[in-house]
Design a protein. Structure first.
Length: 400
C-alpha cells in the first residue's frame, strides 16, 4: 500500500515538471548569474524568466519580486522593512492565530520597545473588523496578518483589512504562504504592500520563497551584502530553487485557468469532510465553513487525543496533522484553536487534512474506510467522555 499524503499544508510533493526544470541548473548550467561572462549570463536569464513567472502568478510586476529562502525569511524581512519605512511609529497590529514566523517576530519586537496588538478571532477563526479599526492609531506602523490560516484554512477579508490599515497610514504585510497556489491573487488591485510566499507549499522544493514588494514602497533590506536582487536581498542566488519556483508558479497559473485545481481539491475535500461527519458522531468542523481554502478541513473529534489518531492513521500509511508542522513536537494544544475558544473536548482531538492536486478519490475513500474504526477504538479506551466531569473543568481553567 502506498502512502496517502493529506498533509499538504505542511509541505507538498515537488511536481515532476518542476524537478525537470531545475535539474540542469544543478549540474550543467552552474554559473553565477551575476557573472559578466556568457556562461553566467544564461543563468541570469533563467532567473529573470522565473521572476516573470512568479510575478505573473501574483498579478505583479517582475520588479516587485524578491527571491528569498523561505516564508520565515520573507516574514522577517517584510516586518522589519515596514518598521524601517516609518521609524517614528512604534505600534504593530497582528492576530492571535498567526504562524510562528510572525508571532515570534512580534514577541521579539515587544522586547525591543514596540507595542503589539494581537487581535482575537471568533469560533470560525474570523476577525472582528471593528476590533481592528479600534486598535489602529496614528502610531501604527504596520498591520501584519495571514491571508489564510494554515490550520483551519479560514480566509481573512484582506481587502477590508488593508483598507483600514491604509486609512491610518500603516503598511500592510500579508503572510500568503498558504494562499498562494490555492487562491487566485492580483496584486495590482490589492492594498497589500508586502506579501510572503514559500515554494514548498505549491509543489516547488524547500529552501526557496519570494517576497512581493509593492513598487514605490520604501524598502530596506534585511540581509546586507552584495547587490543581488537589485540590492534588496544579499547572497548568491539559489538558481535551481528559483527556476523551480518559477516553473511551479507557471504550472499553478495553468491549473487556475478554468479553476481546475480549486474544483478538484474542493470536491475531494467536501467528499472527505461529509463522509466523516456522516459516519462519526461527536465531531465538528473547525474554522469558517464558507470562507476557507479549498483544500483544507480541520475536524475536531471529541473525547480523544489527536496524537493518538495520527499514530493510528500512520499505521495505515495515512499522513495528516494536528496543527502546524513548525509546532508538531509540542504537546500543547494548537494556539489557533485555543484562540477560537474551542472546548477542551474538541481542542485536543482536532485533525487537519490538507489535500493537493495529486490527491485521488481512492485515497479519500481509504481514509473514510479506516477513520470510523480508529475513532471508535480510541473512544472505547478514553476516560474523557463526560462533558461535566471534573477533569474537564480543571483543564479548561488551566488553559484559560
Amino acid at each position: 500500500m502506498s502512502v496517502i499524503y493529506l498533509d499538504n499544508n505542511a509541505t507538498t510533493r515537488i511536481d515532476p515538471e518542476v524537478v525537470a526544470a531545475m535539474l540542469p541548473y544543478l549540474n550543467e548550467f552552474y554559473g553565477n548569474p551575476s557573472s559578466m561572462h556568457s556562461f553566467g549570463g544564461q543563468v541570469g536569464r533563467a532567473v529573470k524568466t522565473a521572476r516573470e513567472q512568479v510575478a505573473s502568478l501574483l498579478g505583479a510586476l517582475d520588479s516587485e519580486i524578491v527571491f528569498t529562502s523561505c516564508g520565515s525569511e520573507g516574514n522577517n524581512t517584510a516586518i522589519r522593512a515596514a518598521l524601517a519605512a516609518q521609524p517614528d511609529k512604534r505600534h504593530i497590529v497582528t492576530t492571535q492565530v498567526e504562524h510562528a514566523a510572525v508571532l515570534n517576530v512580534c514577541n521579539q519586537l515587544e522586547k525591543e520597545g514596540y507595542r503589539v496588538t494581537y487581535l482575537s478571532v471568533d469560533r470560525r477563526g474570523q476577525l472582528d473588523l471593528c476590533e481592528l479599526e479600534a486598535a489602529l492609531t496614528g502610531d501604527t506602523a504596520l498591520v501584519t496578518t495571514m491571508y489564510a490560516n494554515n490550520e483551519t484554512g479560514t480566509v481573512f477579508p484582506i481587502v477590508e483589512i488593508g483598507s483600514l490599515a491604509k486609512a491610518w497610514g500603516a503598511s500592510f504585510h500579508v503572510d500568503a504562504v498558504q494562499a498562494v497556489g490555492k487562491l487566485p491573487l492580483n496584486m495590482a488591485d490589492s492594498p497589500i504592500d508586502l506579501l510572503t510566499l514559500s515554494g514548498h507549499k505549491l509543489h516547488a522544493p524547500k529552501g526557496i520563497g519570494a517576497l512581493y514588494v509593492r513598487r514605490g514602497f520604501r524598502f530596506r533590506p534585511y540581509l546586507i551584502g552584495g547587490h543581488q536582487e537589485r540590492g534588496r536581498r544579499a547572497g548568491t542566488e539559489n538558481v535551481a530553487g528559483i527556476v523551480a519556483l518559477g516553473k511551479a508558479a507557471e504550472l499553478t497559473q495553468q491549473y487556475f485557468t478554468g479553476s481546475v485545481a480549486i474544483a478538484h481539491e474542493q470536491v475531494l475535500r467536501d467528499r472527505l469532510e461529509q463522509g466523516l461527519l456522516a459516519t462519526i458522531s461527536d465531531c465538528e468542523i473547525n474554522g469558517d465553513p464558507a470562507k476557507r481554502l479549498p483544500n483544507t478541513t480541520n475536524i475536531g473529534f471529541k473525547y480523544i487525543e489527536g496524537e493518538a489518531i495520527l499514530f493510528m492513521l500512520n499505521q495505515h500509511e495515512i499522513c495528516a496533522s494536528s496543527g502546524s508542522a513548525c509546532t508538531s513536537g509540542s504537546l500543547e494544544p494548537s494556539h489557533v484553536l485555543r484562540a477560537m475558544g474551542l472546548p477542551y473536548t474538541t481542542l485536543h482531538g482536532s485533525i487537519r487534512f490538507s489535500l493537493s492536486r495529486y490527491t485521488t478519490i481512492a485515497e479519500v475513500d481509504r481514509v473514510l474506510a479506516v477513520m470510523p474504526g480508529i475513532v471508535q477504538r480510541l473512544r472505547d479506551l478514553s476516560p474523557f467522555k463526560d462533558d461535566s466531569a471534573d477533569w474537564l473543568q480543571d483543564r479548561e481553567v488551566a488553559l484559560a
